[in-house]
Write a protein of this length. Structure first.
Length: 250
């Protein structure tokens, strides 16, 4: 296999780690030894992420999408086939903001706020939309409240997309966070990949998460001594920090 051949041609992770020129003020030999061992593991993790991405790209054709779903945007109805624009791939994020939910899911909100800033770059390579079963007017009101500028929002309240691709039951008020990726081949749209790592695939003591975790928040906290923890989650609002007060007053 090409992937295996590429892997055997690579230098060992510890060999690469020992090439680092970094030394920080006051570090001990014990710290540097432990850091090099960790760096080798980080290199192996990077390589594993690359192997997983290659396996994902090599998936056989997925199922044909059963219908050209009609979504509601700010300018009216838009078919799924139209969401691709000039791209042949489409990423759809299922936002947990159904009509029976009083406020948006804080975790979804945190991630979407980060993705809003990344969206001009993402849209250079693929189409990307965010869907929820709430009316589009409600979705847009929340987006304005959060200061989102770039996310493309659509209501899926009038079709069965959420049931088909996010395993939702609208009658129960349940909604699920889900990434799905679709590929357009001529006039045919196929499902390419879905983020199937949920509660049933979570390891003991951990929240369900993808691999890699799509939320920048958790990746940053994983770099810290305290880690992401098990007793804290994002909130929809916080008291203004000192630098925010200074910016607001500027």
């Amino acid at each position: 296999m090409p992937a295996a051949a590429d892997r055997t041609a690579l230098p060992s992770a510890i060999e690469l780690a020992r090439r680092t020129q970094w030394h920080f003020p006051g570090e001990t030999p014990a710290y540097r030894d432990a850091r090099l061992a960790l760096l080798a593991e980080e290199i192996e993790l990077r390589r594993h992420i690359e192997r997983v991405a290659a396996l994902r790209r090599a998936l056989p054709p997925g199922g044909v999408v059963p219908q050209d779903y009609a979504f509601q945007g700010t300018q009216g109805a838009v078919l799924m086939s139209e969401l691709f624009g000039d791209h042949d791939s489409l990423v759809v994020y299922n936002w947990m903001y159904g009509p029976q939910r009083e406020r948006s899911c804080p975790m979804c909100t945190s991630m979407l706020s980060a993705l809003d800033g990344e969206m001009p770059d993402i849209l250079q390579r693929t189409a990307f939309v965010v869907v929820a079963r709430s009316p589009i007017s409600r979705m847009m009101s929340f987006a304005i409240e959060r200061g989102w500028r770039h996310l493309r929002l659509y209501s899926s309240g009038g079709n069965s997309y959420n049931q088909d691709y996010a395993n939702e039951d609208p009658a129960s008020g349940q909604d699920n966070a889900m990434f799905n990726v679709f590929r357009r081949e001529g006039s045919t749209i196929r499902h390419f990949w879905g983020s199937e790592m949920g509660m049933e695939t979570a390891d003991p003591g951990q929240d369900p998460r993808g691999a890699p975790d799509p939320m920048p928040l958790w990746n940053i906290l994983d770099m810290t001594p305290q880690g992401r923890g098990r007793d804290w989650y994002p909130s929809l609002s916080y008291p203004l920090a000192e630098h925010e007060r200074a910016v607001a007053a500027y």
